[in-house]
Design a protein around this ligand. Structure first.
Ligand code: PMP
Length: 365
């Protein structure tokens, strides 16, 4: 009888890059107050919920979704002043990051991004057998443009990722530095505007001028993380290429139908966004008033802050009090040069959640 392959052997078959990976840690720690993942804390208003349910009812679940998500793309294109040919959708912007690297990567190709930044750039780069080139940010969290340009010159970078504003630091990188990078046109430059709805600044108009510019957006941060709808906007000739690596039915019919309702009722969501921006300012001021806490200004729906005490202990202390935030206290690996020593990141919650969190933090510091 053929010998059954043991566990050790099958693991030996896994690619080295994959074996060395640490998965994205979407922690599932049960907590009353969840402020770890940049979600919108407000539930969908009843009016939109009802419209959504109505839109879902006639869907034919025995049929595949519209592969091209034509109607949803038409709405997104219209709202952003671009053509349908400029738009591609993903199962969250995570999937679009993967599609971009798949499109531009080479055998042992290089992907460049500043650190600390969104961890999925690194995880997907490695998973696809590409080599990450991580350039630490300056102490003020802006781009170290000289090191970035030197790295671009040294290696043939196929893709550069710039989170704008940057997760987890919350700041915009200097516009002029980003333009300088885009102008080195031998690389595709992805400006990831996942937090655009809170930051309001965009590079989108520049896709007319620069053919190597790709903009990413998402519905996740404005209340629809569960739908998994990411948006890519770029010149039609790039979209056409990236679209070739997209899996045929990547945005399911429920998400397409629900997202259409969301976007057709943007005014209701915009009210929630305004409330989150107001709360962000309150939370920032509240954090500044806590002794031993230094918050960094943020353009997103989250705030990074440094603690004078051991951040791991504060993070654990908050969990014990039923509050989950994100521990950024990592000085090695993709977080670069200890820039986030004793740093934690909190998502802006409702006014009650933010007050509850501040109260708990005060008792721990
Ligand atoms: N880009 C950035 C900068 C992010 O912070 C996130 C979410 N943490 C994403 C992309 C992924 O978002 P999505 O839910 O659309 O996959």
């Amino acid at each position: 009888m053929e010998k059954i392959m043991g566990k050790r052997n099958i693991i030996n078959l896994v690619r080295d890059e994959v074996r060395g990976l640490r998965p994205y840690d979407a922690l599932e720690i049960p907590c009353d107050i969840k402020l770890d993942a940049q979600e919108n804390p407000y539930p969908i208003p009843g009016t939109i919920r009802n419209k959504m349910l109505k839109a879902l009812k006639p869907l034919l679940f025995n049929r595949y979704p519209d592969s091209g998500a034509k109607e949803l793309k038409r709405i997104i294109a219209g709202q952003n002043g671009v053509k349908v040919e400029n738009v591609m959708l993903g199962n969250g912007s995570d999937e679009l990051i993967q599609s971009i690297i798949t499109t531009f990567g080479r055998t042992q190709g290089k992907v460049l991004y500043p650190v600390p930044t969104f961890s999925m750039y690194g995880i997907i780069t490695k998973a696809l057998g590409q080599i990450p080139i991580e350039i630490p940010l300056q102490g003020d969290f802006d781009l170290d443009i000289d090191s970035m340009l030197t790295a671009i010159k040294k290696d043939r970078h196929r893709v550069i990722f710039l989170s704008y504003p940057n997760n987890p630091t919350g700041n915009f990188f200097s516009e002029s530095k980003i333009i300088e990078i885009i102008k080195r046109d031998k690389t595709a430059v992805v400006v990831d505007e996942a937090y655009f709805d809170f930051s309001k600044k965009t590079f989108l108009p520049l896709i007319k001028k620069y053919e190597n510019l790709i903009i990413l957006r998402t519905l996740s941060k404005i209340g629809f993380a569960g739908l998994r709808v990411g948006i890519l906007i770029a010149r039609p000739e790039i979209v056409k290429e990236i679209n070739k690596v997209r899996l045929p039915y990547n945005v399911n019919s429920l998400s397409q139908a629900a997202a259409k309702v969301v976007l057709e009722n943007r005014n209701v969501i915009d009210k929630q966004i305004k409330a989150i921006i107001r709360e962000r300012e309150r939370l920032y001021k509240g954090l500044r008033r806590v002794d031993g806490i230094t918050p960094f200004p943020s353009e997103g729906n989250f705030i990074l802050f440094r603690t004078s005490k051991n951040a791991n202990k504060i993070y654990q202390g908050l969990i014990k009090k039923g509050i989950l935030i994100r521990n950024m206290n990592q000085s090695t690996g993709s977080f670069g040069k200890g820039l986030l020593n004793n740093c934690l990141r909190v998502t802006v919650g409702t006014s009650f959640e933010n007050r509850y969190f501040l109260e708990a933090l005060r008792t721990l510091i």
